[in-house]
Design a protein. Structure first.
Length: 175
């Protein structure tokens, strides 16, 4: 026997099934950020710790950076601190003179996504003024689908270095 379902019922059930599948795949929200690698003071920062850094208001629209924004889409309004300030607090070290110029930062998410920034990009160019560790959107804590702590980069052509669920920063030196 076949069960007869209306078109709307089938669509509703399919949508509900997809929502459960997506929810099951999302990593748990991040609530701390670790800073490690070539630093004198490894850190584990909470959102309250991040609030102690100078706060910046950030207007970010990933679609607008890669092409024209979708009709009716507005920028997201984030609050956060400069990535550079977080790294400075960990007191980066260098084994040999000028090692920092050969260094890079790996920003890792709890879902395994990683992005890379060069030391020079963050500390020796204007690009470093546009990389933020964010913890609020529209004056509210980041929603679970962003992970409570995230990283946004203004000026990139697209959202490739937007890291949701940010959990770790590691300072490394290229060989």
């Amino acid at each position: 026997m076949f069960l007869r379902l209306g078109h709307r019922t089938v669509v509703a059930l399919a949508t509900l099934g997809c929502a459960f599948a997506i929810a099951a795949q999302a990593p748990p929200p991040t609530s701390t950020l670790s800073v490690s690698g070539n630093v004198a003071e490894p850190l584990t920062l909470t959102i309250d710790d991040l609030r102690r850094y100078p706060a910046h208001a950030v207007d970010y629209s990933p679609r607008a950076m890669r092409s024209a924004a979708a009709p009716g889409e507005s920028a997201r309004h984030y609050t956060g601190c400069l990535l550079r300030d977080v790294l400075t607090a960990a007191r980066p070290t260098e084994a040999k003179a000028r090692d920092l110029r050969r260094s890079y930062v790996v920003a890792s998410a709890s879902d395994g996504y990683e992005v890379v920034f060069s030391w020079a990009e963050l500390f020796m160019s204007a690009a470093g003024d546009n990389v933020f560790v964010v913890y609020e959107r529209d004056r509210l804590p980041l929603p679970d689908d962003e992970g409570r702590i995230a990283l946004v980069t203004l000026g990139d052509h697209g959202p490739a270095r937007h890291v949701k669920w940010l959990r770790a920063l590691s300072l490394r030196t290229a060989q």
